[in-house]
Design a protein around this ligand. Structure first.
Ligand code: UTP
Length: 288
């Protein structure tokens, strides 16, 4: 079985729900307290064992600052883990430009001429954390590693899944499963239509036939549903598996309220911040 050597961090969208900030700062650059989303994702991909990271950007976005080597700052802040000052220094990086934000399938297509084997896809504004570490004791997420382990066992494409509150299903792709096998994906259903409350959570491991399938299910014909059409193809043929990531906290920097909730939730779980932050928060809430 071919090894998973490539990861795509997709950051080519407009981010209209985070305007006006996203007009000047890519939402993928926004921090979870003090670590940018894209840096969390880069370290997660490296921890999953890939050799190359492909970043999908747009003609209007400048990610140069995020990709840079900031080792020179180490003497100013010797406490910070060096992998966070230069998160891309130990990995090959390719930047691909998606000319128009035509959806996830089209974003993936931009990188596929450089990739020959199975690959990971991480949505640039979705962080999944199993450990809530600070910059002086950083430990990367193992979410993508879980998908790679599943692929190494089964040889089939797979997607990360998480449970959401039933009233939130209409924001997501919701799945019906038989064991690990996904039988159905319903995009943004009503509560009544939803087959479960298990949803796609921004982590995918796709196989090398993806390139041909993205041509078969073209963006012209399927628009933003192109990547769902490819996943349905796998579902209806050799199989698409779901990997439930129940032990992970899911943080989204794509909308103001979830972004704010992410800061609060993570701060309350981080050992260097939780005591003083929760004391301040209790005090603040008591004022109302
Ligand atoms: P979203 O659909 O949440 O992002 O995509 P968006 O389109 O930028 O946001 P809104 O709807 O305008 O607020 C999830 C991730 O996929 C990337 C985005 O950059 C984001 O990180 N994406 C989305 C692409 O790379 N290309 C696309 O065409 C769409």
């Amino acid at each position: 079985m071919a090894a998973v050597e490539d990861a795509l961090l997709v950051a080519g969208g407009l981010g209209t729900r985070m305007l006006p900030t996203s007009a000047s700062v890519p939402k993928e650059a926004l921090p979870l307290v003090d670590i940018p989303a894209l840096h969390h994702l880069a370290r997660e991909a490296v921890a999953a064992g890939v050799r190359r990271i492909h970043i999908i950007s747009s003609p209007r976005k400048d990610l140069t600052g995020l990709l840079g080597d900031n080792a020179w700052l180490q003497s100013k802040r010797p406490d910070i883990d060096s992998q966070l000052l230069s998160p891309f220094a130990d990995i090959e990086v390719h930047v691909h430009i998606q000319q128009e934000p035509l959806g996830l399938g089209n974003a993936i297509e931009c990188a596929l001429s450089d990739i020959s084997g199975p690959f990971l896809v991480l949505l640039g504004d979705n962080i999944l954390l199993d450990k809530h570490t600070s910059p002086d004791s950083f430990s990367p997420s193992t979410a993508s590693l879980k998908l790679v382990e599943n692929f190494n066992k089964n040889g089939l494409p797979c997607v990360g899944l998480l449970k959401v509150m039933p009233e939130d299903v209409s924001d997501y792709g919701v799945v019906r499963q038989d064991g690990e096998r996904i039988l159905e994906i319903v995009e943004k259903p009503t509560i009544e239509e939803a087959p479960s409350n298990l949803v796609l959570c921004g982590r995918y491991l796709f196989t090398s036939d993806c390139r041909a399938l993205l041509q078969k299910y073209s963006v012209e014909a399927y628009g933003e549903l192109q990547s769902i059409a490819v996943q349905k193809h796998w579902m209806e043929n050799d199989g698409l598996l779901g990997v439930e990531l129940a032990q992970f906290q899911w943080y989204d920097s794509g909308k103001p309220l979830p972004w704010l909730q992410a800061q609060v939730d993570h701060a309350l779980r981080r050992s260097d911040l939780s005591e003083s932050f929760s004391a301040w928060l209790k005090d603040r809430l008591a004022q109302d």
